[in-house]
Every structure is written in structure tokens, then in C-alpha cells.
Design a binder for this molecule. Structure first.
Ligand code: AMP
Ligand code: GLY
Length: 420
């Protein structure tokens, strides 16, 4: 079959890598792709948030299956346009994608479903929000309702910080995303991510992961899109995962179906776990980046079969089977990230890193310029390895990192420290 993957980051490189290994995959196109993806697939230029353009591209190129990587095309209704055009796609409708695109929507669905999550209130008016914050006290969490590229959440240690966050959001710092604000109870515990495939009716868990959001070692410094991840997440034991399925994910999916927006695709549940009790922090309607990279490394070629089963409503008969091992990915980023950084520096030594089913350098932000691989983004490479233990995966991954010659880049040397 001919497959189109939308996106151009490390997540999409790992999705392409897994799909490519599956004998079902004939032609593989990624839009827009990057220099690493170009080694295993065709890269195409396409406005991936324009559903009409994507559908037209699929017809022209005889595409049988589309995997939608990022949230923006999902929120823009690309899955809906593809369904109308009769093209099979992996990813939820725009209505179901509101589970990520609107925090207030998600909280309402959770309340109806009885899913444990932080107490909350929604505001379109700064004074009302401030009165609520003063009554609740700190720590407290202030969130822009809409998509804000992962930046719309402020965990305020004190009341002054929370009030300032309200002013910032209502002054338009997050654009339309901040026109409505959700204020939430601060939850304590350990965070982990749980990934579940859904076909509108049936559910299939496909793995757990933990990431490191802070830029600095020991989980210090500013927040990033993620500096590394590992799978499985030790805190998401079988018992905790079963509770998350029974108390959070199954009830929310039931409410979504009852409301006429059955969820199809991967549901990424961010959980806060304390004393064996999971509570929902947030849903995302796509794979995490870089969490996807460790999941794909552990699932391999069957990931394509599972995504197809989800898209075709066949998850009831599907099974995920993976080796009882561990995977880790370390993000190499441009110096300065998540602040200002330079683009265009050359990355050398990639050919010295042997790549096989246990070792891969997924590209997140690269381009090829005159035969050289150059950095084009903040997060640039996702160096990924598997091992029998997390410690072994970590040794392998840093041995790979050490072969890469990129003085303009950096990485954290302590990914996995909590679990190790
Ligand atoms: P989100 O974009 O919703 O994932 O929020 C980003 C991060 O903020 C999460 O990964 C948590 O670390 C933190 N966070 C969000 N909501 C809460 C909450 N209610 N209590 C504590 N931490 C939170
Ligand atoms: N790594 C966090 C995310 O993909 O949202």
C-alpha cells in the first residue's frame, strides 16, 4: 500500500521508520519530512493543514493510508476532509481533536465521565479569574484554553504569579488560545504518559513513557517540548494502567461516542500518579514527540498494522506484542534552545553511528544542504536505543551521542535518572 505521513519531526521519522519495515508498505511519502526522513522515504511539499490539498494529493498519488502526525492538521479537520474523499486516515476528526484543542472541553467531558482530574473553573473575564485564584490560593495552574504550541500552561507557585499569568493570557500573549482560560488545582505526584489506540469503540493500550520537559540536568531550567524520554514508565504499573483505563480512558471515550464524536486514532493521556491513583493532566490527540520515538522502537513494523486496525475499526481483534525491553531517546538540541538559537550549523559523524532495529538517530529538525546535514530547528536529533534494561538502553544511547560531532548542539546527560 501507498502511505502518506504528515509532519516533519522526530515523531514522523520514527513513524516512517516503523511503517517502512512492514511488508505492507510500498510507496512511502512524508510531507514535509526532513533530511533523515529523506533517507527512507520520499519527501513532498504540501500544506498539511489544508485538508482539501491533502485529499487532492492523496488522489493524485494513489495514497491508501494517511498517518497524521501533529495536532494542528487534526484540529484543522484534515481527517474529516480525508474521510469525505474516501481516503483512509489515522487520526481523530476535528470534533474529537478538541480533547487537545480545548482544555475546557476536555474538563467538561471528564466531569461527565466521572474521570479523576484536577478541580477546575473556566473564565473569559480576568477579574472573575482573579477572584477565583484568590479564593483558592497557590500553588495553582493557569492554562490558555486553546492550542499554544505547548506553551499555554503556567504552574504558579504563588498567588502573584497566578494573577500575572491571568493578565498575560488576557492581554493576548497566547493569541486566540488565551481568549478563554482554565484555572486548575495543582496536582502532586509523578507524571507519566499512557498511549491507547481507539477505533471509535475498541481500545488497545500500546505503551507507556516518561519524558523530561526541563532543559537542564536534574530537571531544572525552562520547559521545552521534551529533552528525552523512555519506555516503559515504571510508575505506570499494570495496576495503575488498568485503573487509568477503567476510570479515565474508557469512560471518556464512551462519552465522546455518546456525543456523536467517536474518537479514532491514538489517545495520549498525560497522567499524574500518586499512591497508585492516576488522575488526568491532559489529553493529546496524537503521539508525543519524543515519546513516539521510544514507542516505535519497541513496536517496530506492527505499529503500521495497529494504526490500520484503529483506522478501519478492527481494534477489537488486534493485539500489541512487544519484547519485554526498554527504549530511550535523547534529544540533541541547538545551543540556546528553548531560547534563541542559531540555525544552519553542520552535523558531522552521523555515518559513524550504526543504525539497526535497536539503534536509530531520528531527525527532528534537519535539512540536507549540498550533501551536508544541517540543523534547522531547536530540537534537532533524537538519538534512540533499546536494551534489555533501561540502564543498558541509556549506555547504548550515550555511546551513540558521543559519536556525533556537533559542537553547536547539546543534550542532557541524565535522561532516565528518575527511573534509574
Ligand atoms: P500540559 O500542557 O497540560 O501538559 O501542561 C504542561 C505541564 O504542566 C504538565 O506536564 C504538568 O507538568 C504541568 N501541569 C499541568 N496541569 C497541572 C496540574 N493541574 N497540576 C500540576 N501540574 C500540572
Ligand atoms: N513531549 C510532549 C508532547 O509531545 O506533547
Amino acid at each position: 500500500m501507498n502511505i502518506l505521513i504528515l509532519g516533519g519531526g522526530g515523531r514522523e521519522h520514527s513513524l516512517a521508520w516503523a511503517a517502512k519495515q512492514n511488508p505492507k508498505c510500498d510507496r512511502l511519502i512524508v510531507a514535509p519530512g526532513n533530511a533523515g526522513i529523506a533517507e527512507i522515504a520520499e519527501c513532498a511539499e504540501l500544506d498539511i493543514e489544508d485538508g482539501g490539498a491533502v485529499a487532492e494529493f492523496c488522489v493524485e498519488n494513489a495514497i491508501n493510508f494517511v498517518i497524521i502526525g501533529p495536532e494542528a492538521p487534526l484540529a484543522a479537520g484534515v481527517a474529516d476532509r480525508l474521510a469525505e474523499a474516501g481516503v483512509l486516515a489515522f487520526g481523530p476528526s476535528a470534533a474529537a481533536a478538541r480533547l487537545e484543542a480545548s482544555k475546557a472541553f476536555t474538563k467538561e467531558i471528564c466531569d461527565v465521565a466521572g474521570a479523576p482530574t484536577a478541580a477546575w473553573a473556566r473564565f473569559t473575564d480576568a477579574e472573575a479569574a482573579k477572584t477565583y485564584i484568590r479564593a483558592q490560593g497557590a500553588p495553582i495552574v493557569v492554562k490558555a484554553d486553546g492550542l499554544a504550541a505547548g506553551k499555554g500552561v503556567i504552574v504558579a507557585e504563588d498567588e502573584a504569579g497566578a494573577l500575572a499569568a491571568i493578565d498575560e493570557m488576557f492581554s493576548g500573549a497566547f493569541g486566540d488560545a488565551g481568549a478563554e482560560v482554565v484555572v486548575e488545582e495543582f496536582m502532586t505526584g509523578e507524571e507519566a504518559s499512557f498511549f491507547v489506540l481507539c477505533d471509535g469503540e475498541n481500545l488497545l493500550p500500546i505503551g507507556t513513557a516518561q519524558d523530561h520537559k526541563r532543559v537542564g540536568e536534574g530537571d531544572t531550567g525552562p520547559n521545552t517540548g521534551g529533552m528525552g524520554a523512555y519506555s516503559p514508565a515504571p510508575v505506570l504499573t499494570e495496576a495503575v494502567a488498568a485503573r487509568a483505563m477503567d476510570e479515565i480512558i474508557r469512560p471518556t471515550m464512551k462519552v465522546m461516542a455518546e456525543r456523536g464524536m467517536p474518537y479514532r486514532g491514538v489517545l495520549y493521556a498525560g497522567l499524574m500518579i500518586e499512591n497508585g491513583q492516576p488522575r488526568l493532566v491532559e489529553y493529546n490527540v496524537r503521539f508525543g514527540d519524543p515519546e513516539c520515538q521510544v514507542l516505535m522502537m519497541r513496536l517496530g513494523a506492527q505499529a503500521l498494522d495497529l494504526m490500520l486496525a484503529a483506522a478501519e475499526g478492527r481494534l477489537g481483534a488486534a493485539q500489541a506484542i512487544w519484547a519485554d525491553d526498554h527504549a530511550m531517546t535523547v534529544v540533541m538540541a541547538a545551543r540556546g534552545y528553548p531560547g534563541a538559537y542559531e540555525k544552519g550549523s553542520e552535523i558531522r559523524g552521523l555515518e559513524r553511528v550504526a543504525e539497526d532495529s535497536r539503534h536509530m538517530v531520528f531527525h527532528a529538525g534537519t535539512a540536507e544542504v549540498a550533501g551536508r546535514v544541517t540543523a534547522t530547528g531547536g530540537r534537532v536529533l533524537n538519538v534512540t536505543a533499546r536494551g534489555a534494561s533501561l540502564a543498558e538502553a541509556q549506555r547504548e544511547v550515550y555511546a551513540m551521542v558521543d559519536r556525533i560531532d556537533w559542537p553547536e548542539g547539546f543534550c542532557r546527560r541524565d535522561i532516565g535518572w528518575r527511573a534509574l
